[in-house]
Design a protein around this ligand. Sequence first.
Ligand SMILES: [Zn+2]
Length: 440
Amino acid sequence: MTETLLRGRTLSFLRWPDSVDDHAAYRYEEDGGLLLRDGTIVAAGAYADIAARAGSCVQVIDHRPHLLLPGFIDAHVHVPQMQIIASYGAELLDWLNTYTFPEESHFRDAQHGRRIARLFLDEMVRQGTTTVAAYCSVHRQSAEAFFAEAHDRNMLTIAGKVMMDRNAPDGVLDTPQSSYDDTKALIGEWHGRGRQHYAVTPRFAITSTPEQMEMAGALMREHPDLHMQTHLSENHAEIAFTQQLYPWSKDYTDVYEHYGLLGKKSLFGHCIHLSERESDAMSETGSVAVFCPTSNLFLGSGLFDYQRYRQREKPIRIAAATDVGGGTSYSMLRTMDEGYKVIAQNGEKLTPFASFWQMTLGNAQALSLDDKVGTLDAGTDADIVVLDSRATPGMRLRMERVETLAEELFLLQTMGDDRAIREVYVAGRPAKSTMEMAAA
Ligand SMILES: [Zn+2]
């Protein structure tokens, strides 16, 4: 039995940090050790204690002086949009029609889907992201390609084939029945296989007929343990069009509510313009609002009111995500940097501890995966990111003035990107260095 012992400064959160002085919210070891066996963290703590528990054949990897954190989690991202990220000049609905739908039509070709799935997961690893909740294209083969690639790498993912049967070109449309049949087949083939999780994925209310929304609801009733992911309340034109398509609805959220799509494993991308009633409905059902700051700024959609959602009498569960290709960076560090600025526009601040909580344990809780990922606790999966706070000359210079862990984390978030990711472990295996070696 091979054991690996990682040595470095370990940081893992226990709960939401109330302030920069809330040191009880996390566990930090200046000289920490993580003992990994069969893809799992079997012991975590002070290096000396953990080293004493390791077997004689243990392989020690010394990452000092770098920081070891749980791998980052991206709660909303579109795999088939890698070749339209950074497309100029559109708001949501134009952006979908001009760039997204034509691009996603290429995924009819299974070989293209396999190539992009491979490059997508390579990119996630490069950025320190070890778990994603991903949208594939409407084509069943795009989801098959994605799951096969993630399964090969033993990466924990949530993904689904998009369901969409109207208001888009023929090349990206299914039908209510085919979307149901394809989803059913994908669930059977992939859900619970290794670390793969299926999410029922109606793109959003605009691109589904009421018949298809019924099918999505039926799938959730038949498989109540599944995730559901969609978009909600991103942009004013989108909200108005939805009201037109579902004239009986109280509001946009009511459409999803009507078809039984709200719940603890339901992930709603954006949620920028929710009314009080909608916010209450989200809260009461335990539904998750997914904050996608770079996307919301890029498409001019609006400012997600993170602190208000958190602090209202009926708080809303929140995740954070890149939303690539509407989002402009694959990096969760870049994402939370922009998130900090969006929250500042609302007159609030997000502490560096809260940011790193969000990228790790916070997102794991929002995805109901915190028993597996998002922490460095013994018994959880060994998905780990190694961060270098001196990755660039500018960061190295700034580090000369850094005195606290909070300051260091804030520097990593504000100036860090893929260059700050030294190594990534996926289920205990060094994935980043292995990938780079294979490419060299
Ligand atoms: Zn999206």
